[in-house]
Design a protein around this ligand. Structure first.
Ligand SMILES: [Zn+2]
Length: 523
């Protein structure tokens, strides 16, 4: 007996020493040994308060060590086990609260912090932070004004996960899609989602300057990160299993959006949690669902755009592509914020432009091949017919051969009149020839010659915005035009702010939005 007692004492001392030295893996091993022996002894002996207490502390420390290694799932199990032994153990409550906060499970974290006395300063700090984040998660009312006004200096603001009025349904575009369940106006936030994992690389110029080796290395690191995380977290494993891996899209079941809420414990009826991670399937899933920060329909919020990142965000990966997109995204740290770039009606499918929607049909077809999609949106169908017309082909060819852009715009507008193209469809073609329009409006010479014979910039920007939603290039054109009119004065027009909300979402107050507009002009 005494021998066993001594063995336990020694094990505990060793584990504690390793824990203090922050040797997490070794201390987990030692604590595990101690916990097993301790549990066996408790089974055999009479109720022993001292032993129960030692076991509780060991479980709490192992939880802390596991959470340092981001093994949150096992860490939470340890906390729960420790709290079964002593439901008021303050160190365990604090540890559990911090883990839940990391997992964005604000209400459960609040329960832990509230169960603590709350007298100590550190606890009240967590309590306040938790309350703020819980409210943010419920309302989705982001305010990045201070950070933006300070020129993105300081820490990236802490965001909370938020799921707005959306649901997953079968999509006519492809497989499953994300739909709004009520009417919302342009700029409204629909999702705020934290990445499962992200990998970033620092680059000097654009993505094109990142060597193939560097891109490959980045992709490999990213896969490793996801693999490691998924291996530790059964819930994430279950959720990732529900994403498409790019095959048999139409046969996939439609999961409830609630499964993706951080608070949800389970992953549905058929819990495949014990299944080991299939690397081949995982790579296929990441290939089909990962997003990069440099997409045309994305804005990256931080100082200097010298980073390039790839990440996996679960719910946003259900959003399909359209050349008439109605949503954009904003990257803030590891968070992805999805907002409406147009007014949306209840039941409408949310869509991103996976590639630049401000270019012609043939270019878009080329890019969609890289994405493994075959777009059948209204715009693609309409342009498919129009581009077969000789007159339009000639304009396209003329443009490729360096024909005067003002002339191209004039010819296109004349042909559209001749063919009696409807207002909406004029927007499709103007979006496809946007490059010619924007060059023409920027060229004094072209405007002198063609200005009176082509529609005004405002008319064209309006009709193109109607097609592609808010876009930073359209916004910039409009801003420059406004500045010209006001000869350098401050732009105050409501219209500009409306468009800015379509581009950036409702994330800042008016004053900070001016900072964003200045950045947009300077781009
Ligand atoms: Zn299309």
């Amino acid at each position: 007996m005494a021998e066993e007692e001594e063995q336990l004492q020694q094990l505990r001392a060793k584990a504690t020493e390793l824990f203090i030295r922050e040797e997490w893996n070794a201390s987990i091993e030692a604590y595990s040994h101690f916990i097993t022996l301790c549990t066996q002894k408790l089974f055999r002996s009479h109720p022993n308060q001292k032993l129960r207490r030692s076991l509780c502390i060991a479980l709490c420390n192992r939880a802390e060590a596991r959470s340092k290694l981001k093994d949150f799932h096992s860490a939470l199990q340890d906390c729960n086990h420790a709290l079964e032994l002593d439901n008021t153990h303050s160190k365990t409550l604090l540890c559990k609260g911090k883990i839940l906060l990391c997992l964005n499970r604000y209400s459960s974290a609040l329960e832990c912090f509230r169960a603590l006395d709350g007298n100590t300063e550190s606890v009240s700090g967590y309590l306040e932070r938790c309350k703020t984040l819980e409210l943010l998660s419920k309302t989705g009312c982001l305010d990045l004004s201070d950070w933006v006004s300070n020129g993105f200096r300081g820490k990236v603001p802490e965001l909370a996960e938020h799921i707005g009025p959306v649901e997953i349904r079968k999509s006519e575009i492809s497989g499953r899609g994300l739909f709004v369940t009520k009417n919302i106006d342009a700029g409204s936030l629909m999702l705020v989602t934290k990445a499962i994992a992200m990998e970033r690389s620092i680059i000097m110029g654009g993505v094109q300057d990142l060597s193939e080796d560097a891109q490959l290395a980045m992709w490999k690191n990213f896969i490793d990160k996801v693999f490691e995380f998924v291996g530790k977290c059964p819930k994430t494993r279950g959720l990732i299993n529900r994403l498409s891996c790019g095959e048999n899209e139409d046969e996939l079941e439609v999961p409830d959006v609630g499964l993706f809420r951080p608070e949800s414990e389970c992953v549905g009826k058929d819990v495949e949690v014990e299944v080991a991670v299939d690397m081949v399937k995982l790579v296929g899933t990441l290939d089909a669902n990962s997003l990069t920060e440099d997409a045309v329909s994305a804005n990256v919020m931080r100082r200097g755009n010298d980073c390039y990142g790839v990440g996996l965000w679960l719910l946003p990966s259900f959003i399909n592509h359209s050349c008439i997109p109605n949503a954009r995204r904003l990257h803030v740290g590891d968070y992805l914020v999805v907002h409406a770039s147009k007014d949306l009606k209840a039941g409408e499918e949310i869509t991103f432009a996976y590639f630049d929607p401000l270019c012609g049909l043939s270019k878009r077809k080329e890019m969609s091949v890289n994405w493994g999609i075959h777009c059948k949106c209204k715009r693609c169908r309409f342009e498919g017919e129009v581009f077969s017309k000789q007159e339009i082909r000639e304009i396209e060819i003329g443009l490729e051969r360096g024909m005067d852009v003002g002339g191209v715009v004039y010819k296109l507008e004349e042909q559209m009149k001749r063919f009696k193209v409807r207002v909406k469809e004029k927007g499709y073609l103007r979006a496809s020839f946007w490059e010619a329009y924007s060059q023409a409006y920027r060229s004094e010479r072209a405007m002198k010659r063609w200005g009176r014979r082509i529609p005004t910039l405002e008319v064209v920007v309006d009709s193109v915005t109607d097609v592609v939603g808010g876009d930073h290039r359209l916004l910039k054109m409009m801003l420059v035009e406004e500045l010209k009119k006001n000869s350098g004065g401050v732009v105050e027009k409501d219209k500009v702010f409306k468009m800015a909300r379509e581009v950036f979402g409702k994330v800042v107050k008016k004053q900070a939005m001016k900072t964003l507009l200045e950045l947009c002009i300077g781009d």
